[in-house]
Design a protein around this ligand. Structure first.
Ligand SMILES: *Cc1c(COP(=O)(O)O)cnc(C)c1O
Ligand code: SF4
Length: 441
């Protein structure tokens, strides 16, 4: 089945297209599993492609296969209550509009805007809200190019999911680079610009290079690193091999590097399988040849990668391919979190056990880290003091830059799965940063 280094993209989707039924491997599934895809995909976005289906998923291993779980909707990803509700609506012969309405109502209950993204992080120029940007940590601005708001395939755990299901008021998008450039020029503290989405590498080079050229032409001295947050190496490595604009995209990467800026591809890999095909190896090589760096990140998730062996293998493979392990995240409190969630203490155990198996070269990775309202918070570990167990945490990034590298302490709680589940240790009624920020807003 492994097609050697030549591929035309075929996208399979539910909703409007409904062409997922053309996936040849669906005959590995029983009728019930197919009906579950139908029901769940009304609520959670579903999109996959021929690379994922033919080269990554081991269909003998379905439904437990990690990459199948990563992209295909399953019954368990909705709560019983939501699943039954959706099923009832569909089986009642409801109209498309009624089905849509029911799905939307469920989505609103799935915390579509985690970590205060709506309220806190949208930058302003004068009175104008720059809705295609986020500026949360002093050094780094996130940019959501309007043509990069979709992905080659969708991850079933994704916190960006409202963008894919037409909850449009939440679609960050900004067509003009002009305002972005103005903002970067005015904010000399910003050193990093991170293109994100969706997946900016869904953009054709013609559009991508328009953004890049404008930014490079503006010659912004404080801008030192351009980062591209992408899952393209995991979901469509042919982007850098056989797509029409593969070579042109790589030329754009070279141009960034030649301009004297650091180009960091923040590659999202969830499982070592994604690093094992001929196509991904070749794509990584071609990207690195441009002078770009590839740094890797992933959340830790039940049913996909909640096992230290998987992480150790993944980091080693990445280093073998000259990539730099960067972050292990905790899955966010959104969408199908109940299905993927790993409690914080367990996430730390997985991290620690994997970390112990690899050499210092792989230990550039940091985690497990929660991207929570006040910042990126790392679980440093569980220890005992004065006969009581505590969890030590620290800020890797803080909304207030002074918080970075500050340790703080929470009561031991093996079930806590997010910052908001934790209580301050030693009888304190607040964490130190809660003077400045309301966690539950
Ligand atoms: C993770 C993240 C960044 C980048 O943080 P680094 O630690 O520099 O990689 C920037 N902005 C937001 C909102 C983030 O979540
Ligand atoms: S590739 Fe990234 S943005 Fe796209 S669905 Fe997956 S996690 Fe979400």
């Amino acid at each position: 089945m492994n097609n050697p280094i030549m591929a035309k993209s075929i996208t399979y989707q539910s909703f409007a297209q409904h062409n997922y039924k053309q996936i040849p491997q669906l005959n590995y599934l029983n009728d019930e599993q197919i009906r579950d895809i139908e029901i769940v995909s009304h609520v959670l976005p579903f999109k996959t492609n021929n690379y994922v289906v033919n080269e990554l998923i081991n269909w003998e291993n379905v439904p437990d296969d990690p990459i199948y779980t990563l992209t295909f909707p399953k019954k368990e990803m909705l709560t019983d209550e939501h699943y039954n509700l959706m099923k009832k609506v569909i089986e009642s012969g409801a109209s498309k509009d009624e089905i849509k309405k029911a799905a939307h109502a469920i989505r609103l209950q799935l915390n579509p805007h985690p970590a205060g993204q709506l309220e806190h992080n949208i930058p302003m120029i004068e009175d104008y809200k720059l809705t295609g940007m986020q500026h949360k940590y002093r050094e780094t601005v996130l940019f959501f190019p309007s043509q990069g708001q979709t992905c080659h395939a969708y991850c079933s755990f994704c916190f960006r999911w409202p963008q894919f299901v037409g909850m449009d008021e939440w679609k960050f998008a900004m067509r003009e680079t002009e305002l972005l450039i103005k903002y970067l020029q005015e904010h000399k503290e910003v050193t990093d610009l991170l293109f994100t989405g969706g997946d900016p590498m869904i953009m054709k080079n013609k559009i991508f290079s328009t953004y890049i050229d404008a930014i490079l032409d503006a010659d912004i001295p404080n801008l030192q690193t351009i980062r591209i947050g992408t899952k393209v190496l995991g979901y469509w490595p042919y982007k850098f091999i056989t797509d029409d604009d593969a070579d042109d995209t790589l030329r754009t990467f070279e141009k960034i590097v030649k301009s004297g800026k650091n180009l960091a591809i923040m590659a999202h890999f969830n499982h070592p399988v994604e690093l094992s095909t001929k196509a991904v190896k070749k794509a990584i090589k071609r990207v690195l040849q441009t002078g770009a760096q590839i740094r890797t990140q992933s959340p830790v998730m039940k049913n996909i990668n909640a096992d230290p062996k998987i992480w150790a293998a993944m980091w080693r493979k990445q280093v073998n391919l000259n990539c730099i392990p960067y972050y292990m995240f905790v899955a966010r409190d959104t969408g199908a979190q109940h299905y993927f969630k790993v409690p914080l203490v367990e996430a730390w155990e997985i991290f620690r056990k994997a970390y112990q198996q690899v050499s210092g070269i792989c230990r550039t990775v940091r985690g497990p880290s929660m991207s929570a309202t006040p910042g990126k918070i790392q679980i440093l570990g569980v220890s005992e003091t004065g006969g009581k167990k505590i969890i030590t945490l620290r800020f890797l990034q803080g909304r207030n830059p002074d918080w970075a590298a500050q340790p703080f302490f929470a009561e031991f709680d093996e079930n806590a799965a997010w910052l908001t589940d934790l209580k301050p240790a030693f009888g304190d009624d607040k964490f130190f940063f809660e003077e400045e920020i309301n966690l539950f807003q």
